[in-house]
Design a protein around this ligand. Structure first.
Ligand code: HEC
Length: 146
């Protein structure tokens, strides 16, 4: 009887420990994505004509995109599919190579934009190419908002 209780307790303890272990990684990747969103925000307002062109904000976004894109691929280990209200879709783990490649492409697009964007006109022409990497990945790999 005691043995049965101990086994049951062990079985219960395993998933709890697994979730606890992953929550830090899930939170870390969500914080990195949030930083991408925060950096992108002023640039979105500029594209919509709701704010004046600000090269410093664009350069900041470029820097944040490159830094965070380099960190993200390793924050999706196999044991981080659930928890912390993750919006990551299971299909990520079925297409890991494509998913990781998209972060490389985001960083490359940001780097290219760093060289090509010098004023409002070049910003309008080039910036949507960078931002397309965000939406493209979300469409396939992030839960749609209800
Ligand atoms: C390679 C795929 C990919 C790319 C590229 C990508 N995202 Fe995401 N993004 C995701 C996934 C997956 C999630 C859900 C993460 C989770 O909840 O675990 C997410 C979540 C987010 C969130 C919500 C974060 C939170 O508070 O939980 C924001 C904001 C965001 N992304 C912004 C961006 C922006 C801005 C870009 C482009 C600069 C971008 N993302 C590029 C896949 C991507």
């Amino acid at each position: 009887m005691l043995r049965a209780v101990l086994i049951a307790a062990t079985l219960l303890a395993v998933p709890a420990a697994a979730i606890a272990q992953n929550s830090a990684i899930i939170k870390e990747r969500q914080a990195n994505f949030k930083a991408l969103g925060d950096a992108a925000k002023p640039t979105g307002a500029m594209l919509k004509g709701e704010a004046d062109f600000d090269l410093a904000a664009v350069k900041n976004a470029i820097k944040v995109f490159q830094e965070k894109a380099a960190l993200q691929p390793k924050l999706f280990p196999d044991d981080s599919k659930e928890g912390e209200k993750t919006e990551a879709l299971p299909v990520i783990w079925e297409n890991k190579a494509d998913f990781e490649e998209r972060f490389v492409k985001l960083a490359a697009a940001a780097k290219a934009a760093d060289a090509s964007i010098t004023d409002a006109d070049t910003f309008e022409a080039e910036w949507p190419k960078v931002m397309g990497n965000c939406g493209g990945c979300h469409k396939k790999y992030r839960k749609p908002k209800d």
